[in-house]
Design a protein around this ligand. Structure first.
Ligand code: PMP
Ligand code: GLN
Length: 414
């Protein structure tokens, strides 16, 4: 195999999604909703499928994104960023947010370039930067002892700045944050913006959970901060926005010159994404967007999604407390961390080569039939993995029956 894959290890998604299926566990692991997708979205796709004669819906479409989809995305992000986003040059549609991220690293990182990654971090950033020949530089967030809120994860900005040198090219920000559920405040984002400006960094803003906030006004998109649009590649996901993760459609939005290298890769690797799903997502946004702006109570993206999520978050937090876990309450997103220290002592599970949360998560899945994700996977170095192996990550975007089944298991553990 090529050297770039030599140090590859199995990702948590491969291991824990397989284990959850094999053990038929109640699955609060991988982040996807298990309730029906919004009908107004699947109806659009159904309608397209009923018209085989509509060749425009079933054959290849424009490579950089279906005109209908880039059009509505440009309209929405022009509003969010308060700049004029040009649909033909400043939006690129990709296979999931994963590929937008990968193109951004491949397109901008040269061998030896350093990329600042705020940890815990979504686990694909680190390997993607390495595949691109770059050097990931972790900046680990602090968490106060006994913390009960995701907002208590904080960045040490002096530490971050001390890691910046002439090789530092890029900063990755994930907001709302996976796995903590932290929603970055304006003040925090402004500090990051200040560093980006001072050190001339390109910013990757992974905002796939941008609509998963309790109040639509709570979400501050990085590219909306003064002077930041010019240096930011913002990344979104239709799978997340409309709760259809299996559709695997994402996008990158940014100035033409920043997207150019991403397009160079896309045109030769994928060329064009699936047409009917792009059309259906475009239509779903077109239907929801006027409501998002003027009638939020009836908008899926403004209130439908978050209303459902917030209730589920509260339900899971209560269940975890009943089970004697200490939940860290998230302010956004799909996920919640919870401390299981008391069980760690009681169970005294044998040490393995992997961090303790891996051992515990495997035990929980095999023996108690509850699938979760070990958050130490979101740290890169061994010391930080071990320091952060007292928690599990749970996805609460699950139907009530799934949460109820998890509750029975958690209660028995309590
Ligand atoms: N970034 C983050 C933070 C994620 O949680 C995910 C998983 N949805 C992705 C990117 C990838 O999204 P997609 O499924 O659209 O590829
Ligand atoms: N992003 C989702 C999560 O964090 C899904 C992961 C995946 O499919 N690789 O659970």
């Amino acid at each position: 195999p090529a050297d770039r894959t030599a140090q590859h290890t199995t990702s948590i998604w491969v291991e824990f999604t397989t284990l959850a299926a094999e053990t038929k566990a109640v699955n609060l692991g991988q982040g996807f909703p298990d309730s029906p997708a919004p009908k107004f979205v699947t109806d659009i796709l159904e309608d397209l499928s009923k018209h085989p004669e509509l060749t425009a819906a079933h054959q290849y479409t424009r490579g950089y994104g279906h005109p209908m989809l880039v059009d509505i995305l440009a309209k929405m992000y022009s509003h969010f960023y308060n700049v004029q986003v040009d649909p033909m040059n400043e939006v690129l549609v990709t296979v999931g947010a994963y590929l937008s991220l990968y193109y951004a690293f491949l397109g901008w990182v040269n061998k030896g370039d350093e990329v600042l990654i705020i940890e815990p971090a979504y686990d694909c950033y680190y390997p993607q930067v390495k595949f691109a020949g770059g050097v990931p530089v972790p900046v680990v967030m602090n968490l106060q002892k006994g913390a009960t809120s995701a907002s208590q994860f904080t960045i040490d900005f002096a530490d971050m700045e001390s890691k910046i040198n002439e090789k530092t090219k890029m900063l990755v920000i994930n907001n709302p944050h996976n796995p903590t559920g932290k929603l970055f405040s304006r003040q925090e984002l402004e500090k990051l913006a200040e560093l980006a400006k001072k050190h001339n960094l390109i910013v990757i803003a992974d905002e796939v959970y941008e609509f998963h906030v309790w109040d639509k006004n709570d979400m501050i998109r990085f590219a909306s901060l003064p002077g930041m649009y010019e240096r930011t590649i913002s990344i979104g996901s239709a799978g997340k926005a409309f709760s259809v993760t299996g559709w695997k459609l994402g996008w990158a939005v940014g100035p033409k010159q920043l997207l150019e290298p991403l397009k160079a890769i896309h045109q030769n690797c994928v060329f064009t994404c699936s047409t009917p799903t792009q059309m259906a997502i475009a239509e779903a946004f077109r239907l929801d967007w006027p409501k998002f702006l003027n009638d939020p109570k009836n908008s899926y993206l403004a209130t439908g999604l978050s209303g459902e999520l917030r209730d589920k978050r509260d339900k899971l937090a209560k269940m975890l407390e009943e089970g004697n876990f200490r939940p860290i309450i998230p302010d956004a997103g799909y996920f919640m961390l919870a401390d299981y220290s008391h069980l760690k002592e009681e169970l005294n599970l044998a040490k393995e080569k992997d961090p303790d949360d891996f051992v515990f998560s495997r035990w929980l899945c095999r023996e108690k039939k509850l699938a979760v994700i070990p958050p130490s996977a979101f740290y890169s170095d061994r010391e930080n993995k071990d320091k952060n192996s007292n928690m599990v990550r749970l996805c609460y975007f699950k139907k009530n029956e799934t949460l109820d089944a998890a509750e029975v298991i958690l209660k028995k553990l309590g």
